[in-house]
Design a binder for this molecule. Sequence first.
Ligand SMILES: NC(=O)c1ccc[n+]([C@@H]2O[C@H](COP(=O)([O-])OP(=O)(O)OC[C@H]3O[C@@H](n4cnc5c(N)ncnc54)[C@H](O)[C@@H]3O)[C@@H](O)[C@H]2O)c1
Length: 393
Amino acid sequence: MTKVRRPLRIAVLGLGWMGQAHSRSALRIPSLFPERSFEPILTVCADTDPIRRTRAQDDFGFSRVTDDWLSAATADDVDAVWVTAPNMLHLPMIEAATAAGKAVFSEKPIGGKPEQTVQAWRYAEAAGVPTGVGYNYLWSPLVLHAREMIKAGELGTITHYRGRFLSMYGSDPMGLLTWRFIIDEAGYGVTSDILSHSVSMAQFLVGDIDEVVGMRHTTITHRPLPSGAASHYGRGRPEDPVGPVENEDFASMLCRFTDGATGTFEVSRTVVGPESQNAFEIYGTKGALAWNLERMNELQFYRAGGSKEDGYTTVFGGDRFPYHGAFVPGQANSIGFEDLVAIEDLAFMECVAQGDRFSPGFAEAVDVVSVQQALIDSWQSRTWERVRDLKRA
Ligand SMILES: NC(=O)c1ccc[n+]([C@@H]2O[C@H](COP(=O)([O-])OP(=O)(O)OC[C@H]3O[C@@H](n4cnc5c(N)ncnc54)[C@H](O)[C@@H]3O)[C@@H](O)[C@H]2O)c1
């Protein structure tokens, strides 16, 4: 007998990298997760680029397309809106979609500056709509398992957390000056773009952060100007006109967690070597865990036992860990980046369909930018800054 499922009519605002990833989730979820209680329907896609609008209709099967995101975000035949446009469009899109009563899933960082994330959270609270934020790496089956291990006390008391997101996406000086490098389009640089992933991971695994001190640096100060819609992986030519990079390429941070652990964070988009090293190492009194996106199907575990053979062991991903078996059965058969996006989209849509609260939502995003704000303050004061909960500010 065919299961009755709640239709979830979707608007996607911006069909770039992440708009396509979430749209593909909507197409794949029915075959991956037959137990779901909803039916995703790609109703409308808004993009200012005509080529992407054509792709939305021809390759993804959206019922209609538009260059006017406002009409898509507020359409009567839309239940949930995915905000996947450049950062500075997040807040107006969220304001319109929440006021129209839509559930909203926004890509991180939700706006480009902490105050914009806080405002987005306020809009959603006032409207009482479900929210989600794209901290997709939290949904890695091995990260979910690591969290369970920590909760079960397998590491003992956590003493130190080391988080980093070292990426090469901006390491080529010929890399284009896309929106990510411009304050009015991206907001802050790596602290909005990728420190948001590292801090959300630390808060998810270890808990709240109380105080921070840090520094920033811009390594490549000018880049070739793009012509038309361009990816930050695109390259210019030496003869192209250039413009200034307006936000930080690198940031680092020392911190103290509420429960007493110390932490260090490093994020960069211009290093050469680590290609997408979104990684953590967690040290406790009884053991340690390490995970790195570059080897996302492996979790390193050290159990202090006092034997001569003490050492890290490698736990491979497999269908005994959450969600993994939906994609591929058995052990050590790998899953990938877009599978994490499909998992978060499944979990979000399930909450919307069931009327449950989803986490991480906009409230958790404010927890992340509360840490980011303290870091920004420390750039100015050049000293330690306490993390204030910006939901109470
Ligand atoms: N969670 C992750 O791992 C992850 C990875 C990449 C990007 N992101 C986030 O996703 C968001 C989008 O990044 P991206 O890399 O997909 O960007 P992108 O540049 O690839 O795509 C942005 C899209 O928005 C469209 N657009 C621009 N202005 C628009 C407007 N006024 N109306 C409608 N569409 C418009 C562009 O034409 C483009 O298709 C950002 O906030 C980014 O931080 C998250």
